[in-house]
Design a protein. Structure first.
Length: 98
């Protein structure tokens, strides 16, 4: 796994979307959202699921942060960008230049 400093942090203009082989689903047995890929199931907290629900490939990271600010008291764009970078490094997410 890459150290945090070596992982590229996406620009605010980047447009994230789930990778083609990944699905965001609600798992009734766990009562939580999960990311499904061919070999893994990643259980998500509510904040993570809310972020990923907005990753449609059309919205920029800046637009996602703005939309999250309507639901959360405090949204740090650096934390959102770091979260998205971690998922991109694991190939759950693709981020195109805006």
């Amino acid at each position: 796994m890459e150290p945090e400093a070596a992982r590229p942090i996406p620009q605010m203009s980047g447009q994230p979307k789930l990778a083609q082989h990944v699905r965001l689903r609600f798992d009734a047995a766990r009562n939580q959202h999960v990311l499904l890929s061919p070999e893994t199931v990643a259980v998500l907290n509510k904040t993570s699921a809310d972020i990923l629900r907005l990753c449609d490939g059309r919205r920029s990271i800046a637009e996602i942060v703005t939309e999250l600010q309507g639901s959360y008291d405090r949204v740090a764009d650096t934390q959102v960008r770091s979260f998205l970078a971690r998922l991109a490094a694991k190939r759950y997410l693709e981020i195109t230049d805006g």
